[in-house]
Design a protein around this ligand. Structure first.
Ligand code: GUN
Length: 286
């Protein structure tokens, strides 16, 4: 039976430490500010943004929301980003994904100032991660790396299979694992034999949003399983990409959904906002 990686309590511990850091900044007259932009009416995004807002409040980060109509033009979105880039009070800018078509989200990410890009999605920060230079690392992969650190799970020399090649999770996750000397395989919708790729893996990270894509007969004994999926089962209950019930009997470590990766993503956003605030104020070795 696997040990459960408790993202909920690890995230709580991290938030408590960040709260102390925010208090120290406050003593210096600095209050970290995060600006979040949402375009259109995506119900899932609304829930994510609400959770981010609550977490910021708890830690002592000012949270400013910008809701834009679905009909907004690309130039108007860029104008808002430019305005927030110039605003000295704003330390971090997050554009909630997805945004409605035909808007181009990457073009918008590209405009976010490198030093305020707390999601780590602009090309400068993506490149920094690739070459091992300090920068902002996307929150979900960063949160997963913290879980490995906390539970002292070895990465070096391990075979890691990642399912999903998104810019938000899959690709930066691969870079993070590579930086710790793992051998990484990225699987996706055109992968011919997913089962074969997974069966060989010491670590599996699933981030596709397909319920039960990882089944018990696809994994080896002792595998470490990280589930980034956020799906609903037939009863409407939140579940991940992994058949948790059965896979947990074979795995050595596994993350639950909910209470696994999700809370860590938010904790890492707060971490990145505090880091951005310190960088902008030339504090510490950030
Ligand atoms: N949508 C889903 N996850 C994320 C994330 O980490 N950042 C942003 N900006 N949007 C998302």
């Amino acid at each position: 039976m696997a040990q459960i990686i408790d993202g909920k309590s690890l995230a709580k511990k991290i938030r408590e430490n960040l709260k102390k850091e925010a208090e120290e900044l406050k003593k210096m007259g600095i209050i970290p500010h995060l600006a979040v932009i949402m375009v259109g009416n995506n119900d899932a995004s609304k829930v994510y943004v609400r959770n981010k807002s609550r977490a910021c409040e708890e830690v002592g980060i000012e949270f400013k929301e910008y809701f834009l109509e679905e009909s907004i033009k690309q130039e108007e979105l860029i104008e808002l980003i430019d305005k927030l880039n110039k605003d000295k009070k704003i330390n971090g800018i997050l554009l909630q994904s997805p945004i409605p078509k035909p808007l181009d989200i990457q073009k918008a990410f590209n405009k976010i100032d490198n030093i305020k890009d707390v999601d780590g999605f602009n090309p400068y920060n993506v490149g920094s991660l690739c070459i091992g230079q300090d920068g902002f690392i996307p929150c979900t992969p960063l949160g997963i790396m913290k879980m490995f650190e906390e539970y002292k799970i070895e990465i070096e020399g391990k075979k890691v299979a990642i399912i999903g090649r998104s810019n938000i999770v899959g690709k930066p996750m691969a870079q993070c694992m590579l930086s710790k000397n793992a051998t990484v395989t990225i699987c996706h919708s055109r992968t011919k034999e997913l089962r074969k790729e997974l069966k060989d893996a010491d670590i599996i990270i699933s981030a596709v949003g397909t319920r039960n894509i990882v089944k018990e007969d696809m994994v080896k004994d002792g595998v470490v399983v990280i589930d980034v999926g956020m799906n609903r089962d037939d009863k409407g209950k939140l579940c991940g990409d992994v058949d948790f019930e059965k896979v947990s009997k074979k795995a050595s470590y596994i993350t639950p959904v909910p209470g696994g990766v999700g809370p860590m993503t938010i904790a890492m956003l707060l971490h990145n906002v505090i880091k951005a605030t310190k960088m902008q104020n030339m504090i510490g070795n950030n």
